[in-house]
Design a protein. Sequence first.
Length: 394
Amino acid sequence: MKKFGLLPRILLAIACGIGIGLIAPQWLIRIFATFNSLFGSFLGFAIPLIIIGFIAPGIGSMGKGAGKMLGITTGLAYSSTIVAGLLAFGSATLLFPTILKSSNMQSVSNPEDALLEPFFQVEMAPVMGVMTALLLAFTLGLGMAAIKGCTLQSMMEDFKEIVEKVISTIIIPLLPIHILGIFANMTQGGQIAAIMSVFAKVFLMIIALHIVVLTIQYSIAGMTIKRNPFKMMKQMLPAYFAALGTQSSASSIPVTLEQAKRLGVKDKVAGFTVPLLATIHLSGSTITLVSCAMAVMMMQGQTTGLATLFPFILMLGITMIAAPGVPGGAVMAALGLLETMLGFTDTMLSLMIALYLAQDCFGTACNVTGDGAISVLTNRISSISESKINKKAA
């Protein structure tokens, strides 16, 4: 099963869930509902740990960077991520009312009402609230960056490895079963046709937005160095397909590094920016999360205005810092924000996970390909800065 990628497992789980929901007796569906209840409780327990484990060491390690270059790269990456989120918001606001209108969203409003109850429930209370975990993660991360200490940073890196192990060995392997149960339960409730229609339309829009945001990134980068942006994008295709296959920005670093150098990025700049951007530049993932979140909220009849989504997008750009190299890391890091800022229920979170993971490889590929454009911009700004310093010295 390890060689059977996550995307095929997710698609197989959805198909099996629909099939089971159509023919299985209620007692079998309730067994899956019981598993979903236990898994959802464990996920709720793990969310604060995930937030602390990813954000604190990620921010702390950024303080050890190369000063000005760190600031330039981080600023460009965060700006790109926010612009991608706003592009997704604008597109969803413009298109979703039309393309999802025929999906009969009222039939999937409050899906909990049509789901079968589990046989029993076990409460797994988290050690702290999500907002407390966010504040603690920011405090620890900024503190470690300020004091430049090694002891706490080393401990937090170890803690991050533990959290990554929990995700890669427990959460990710069990997710297909969880998704299977969710879809089986929704199928028996008569909601699946509308939901699958939403899935297909949102997926197509997300892929189109990935292409648009990459075109924007490389058009800006191409103008700064006076090169054809489409030829630059073609140069990064090996990195795109490497990320598509691995579903991991971290695993794609060697290929991304090589292709960035072929774009003309200096070795020392590429060696700094590419590994950093693999953890902080997530424009493709942001497009997916914002689009999927708005689709799920519309299915629930909730407000999806800019006042609601803009703070979420701003926080998303920070919260996903150092999202792990495992598939689905970005959505795992975002679960706390979805719950606290957008009011997502357990079922809504499950729909988000399914929507996100079904196209995770494409979001990761967009992230990685965009890293080349950000590296080119950082290289250009650094060159201009060095030239000014040399002129003053002369």
